[in-house]
Design a binder for this molecule. Structure first.
Ligand code: BG6
Ligand code: MG
Length: 221
């Protein structure tokens, strides 16, 4: 029996995935590693330092910087990202998300957030959604980021529910791996191609339907 829905934040609840992309793209150009949107799919859902390592590895530059220099590069990207999220407000919540949250509550299901972003709490407050969630697991409380299942497992544990009774919603391939690794049902939001491991994929949040998701969940379980 389904008990909880656990959301990713960036790219699912609001389009901050685009801001992460713009900030990393700039940083990549600064260090001489320009990259495509296709490569950016590999960065989605991945922690700040792991993202930087992936970009440097792409340009074969992972040995060109000291640990301190890498820290300042990551810091620089974050300052840019923070400037881009300055004016975020409830109007930036993606289509259907508020309806989905209302439906989840109406059904008596628990609501969780699993984001590896250190900016997650700030973004959730700006969106006016922080209080709605029963649990928020962010970068501060976990050891391993996505694709490791730790973050989704922790959310289930704090919600006091069996992972098998949870549905996770993600826009990132690393996030879908994390959900599936936790033994949960995965809803992907984005391209079928990059989210092929999800149990059901929607092109955008405007197509999300709790009724449909639960129907598929019940069929698979
Ligand atoms: C994830 C994003 O939610 O958080 C990634 O999908 C980002 O793109 C990661 O790198 C870490 O975010 P932050 O805010 O801690 O740099
Ligand atoms: Mg995401």
């Amino acid at each position: 029996e389904l008990q909880a829905i656990i959301f990713d934040l960036d790219g699912v609840i609001t389009d901050t995935a685009e801001y992460h992309y713009l900030a990393w793209k700039q940083l990549g150009e600064d260090v001489g590693v320009p990259f495509t949107r296709e490569f950016n799919e590999e960065l989605k859902g991945v922690s700040r330092m792991d993202s930087l390592e992936k970009i440097l590895a792409l340009g074969n530059k992972h040995n060109d910087f000291t640990a301190d220099e890498k820290m300042s590069l990551a810091e620089k990207k974050n300052e840019h990202y923070v400037s881009l999220i300055q004016n975020i407000s409830p109007t930036d919540i993606l289509p259907k998300i508020e309806e989905l949250i209302a439906d989840i509550k109406k059904m008596g299901l628990k609501l969780g957030l699993a984001s590896v972003s250190k900016n997650a709490l700030a973004v959730m407050s700006s969106l006016g959604l922080k209080e709605q969630f029963d649990v928020i697991v962010d970068a501060a409380t976990i050891k391993k980021g996505k694709p490791d299942p730790e973050i989704f497992l922790r959310a289930a544990e704090l919600l006091n529910v069996d992972p098998k009774a949870c549905i996770g919603i993600e826009d990132a391939a690393a996030g879908v791996d994390s959900i599936k690794g936790a033994g949960m049902f995965a809803v992907g939001v984005g391209s079928e191609q990059s989210l092929s491991k999800a149990d059901i994929v929607y092109a955008s949040t405007s197509e999300l339907s709790l009724e449909k998701i639960i129907e598929v969940y019940n069929k698979i379980k």
